[in-house]
Write a protein that binds this ligand. Structure first.
Ligand code: FES
Length: 128
């Protein structure tokens, strides 16, 4: 584990696409109060991988596309691990989920992961 993530991070940084709105800190966001909480730096979320922070798993299923899900496994509430090769795995009983949409791939979980709406702002993945 580990080393390959660094190269993927560098690739993710150069792809951009979300850098056209740099002047929006707290002013114009009318999405309802809780939006804007930073979940992870985009540079910490490699394509096909991701991080678990603050009860949320943040993934980048394809270059420049970020997704986040509640990290509590629907089976018994154990926190899932970060995605590896596009698959999110619960360490407790090995339920597996897609990093693209949180859907259940296999294991005892009765359902997929609950999506957390996110957007990219200032080089971070934040709650939408
Ligand atoms: S708690 Fe996740 S598979 Fe059982």
């Amino acid at each position: 584990m580990g080393g390959a993530a660094v190269a993927a991070v560098l690739a993710a940084c150069s792809s951009g696409g979300e850098e056209s709105a740099p002047s929006n800190d707290n002013a114009g966001d009318d999405s309802g109060g809780a939006g804007g909480d930073v979940l992870a730096a985009t540079s910490d979320v490699p394509v096909g991988g991701g991080v678990v922070a603050g009860g949320v798993v943040v993934a980048q299923p394809s270059d420049g596309t970020f997704r986040a899900y509640e990290a509590a496994c629907p089976h018994q509430g154990v926190l899932v691990g970060p995605p590896e090769d596009g698959v999110i795995t619960c360490p407790a009983h090995r339920s597996t989920f897609s990093d693209a949409d949180g859907s259940l791939i296999g294991g005892p979980s009765p359902q997929g992961l609950t999506e957390v709406p996110v957007r990219v702002s200032g080089g971070n993945v934040v709650r939408a």
